[in-house]
Design a binder for this molecule. Structure first.
Ligand SMILES: Cc1cc2nc3c(=O)[nH]c(=O)nc-3n(C[C@H](O)[C@H](O)[C@H](O)COP(=O)(O)O)c2cc1C
Length: 223
């Protein structure tokens, strides 16, 4: 038996295991109950004020461990997360935000900078090992950046849903200067900020009424 045959054997058994994992998952649970759906999406709100209850390192790890499993193109995983929680870190971040967002930022126990690495593709041999796709990006910076932004934005959404799934509240914010955040936190790197996400246990007394959403027929069509 040569090396390739061995690799094929290994691959076949990994493939079998992956297929069985999905069958097992479906057997355990095939849809969320309504309360769970409410917790992560339909009943969840964006929050603006925070209680003092802290967010633990274990919770941040749990959120990341869920987020990282969300799909990205070519499994590129371009998102990078900076958890800002020290007074010094918050002061640096505060330089970037619009005045209306300052209290929201400073009151949150943790604010995550959701960023992306424009050089994410250099890690593809580790993340997409069966075929070297670096050539798709190496001399196409605009394509690399577009791909990083698209997929890291998706990862930001997975992140918010993961945080809610473990009982935390989130307050996403784009009312800040990406340029200032990039200078403060990512100077000399290939990272760029996308949006900020306050994390913690919300003080719901700051909530206003739920805003309307489009109905299906307003924005969905068939082709
Ligand atoms: C990417 C993103 C950026 C946002 N930026 C801000 C912001 O800068 N300041 C703010 O007060 N709310 C911000 N929001 C909150 C939205 O206004 C809020 O999600 C929307 O009104 C829906 O509210 P709901 O989630 O409570 O239904 C942002 C939301 C998202 C998803």
């Amino acid at each position: 038996m040569n090396d390739n045959a061995l690799a094929e054997d290994t691959l076949a058994s990994l493939r079998d295991q992956a297929q069985q994992d999905i069958r097992d998952l479906r057997a355990r649970k095939n849809e969320l109950d309504q309360d769970s759906i409410d917790l992560i999406l339909t009943g969840a709100r964006s929050h603006y004020a925070w209680t003092d209850r802290p967010v633990t390192d274990d919770q941040l790890h749990a959120i990341y461990d869920m987020t990282k499993m969300g799909s990205t193109s070519m499994n590129g995983c371009p998102a990078r997360f900076v958890f800002v929680r020290s007074a010094e870190g918050k002061e640096r971040l505060a330089k970037s935000v619009k005045p209306t967002n300052l209290k929201k930022l400073m009151g949150a126990p943790v604010t995550a900078i959701i960023a992306h690495d424009t050089a994410f593709w250099q890690e593809l041999p580790r993340l997409f090992p069966h075929e070297d796709r670096r050539g798709h990006f190496s001399d196409k910076p605009a394509y690399a950046e577009e791909t990083a932004f698209r997929n890291a934005t998706l990862q930001g959404a997975y992140f918010m849903i993961a945080a809610r799934a473990i009982g935390l509240d989130v307050g996403p914010m784009s009312g800040f200067s990406n340029e200032i955040v990039d200078q403060e936190f990512f100077a000399g790197t290939t990272l760029k900020s996308n949006f900020l996400c306050n994390l913690g246990y919300a003080d719901e007394s700051a909530l206003f009424q739920r805003l309307p959403r489009f109905d299906f027929d307003d924005v969905c069509s068939f082709a």
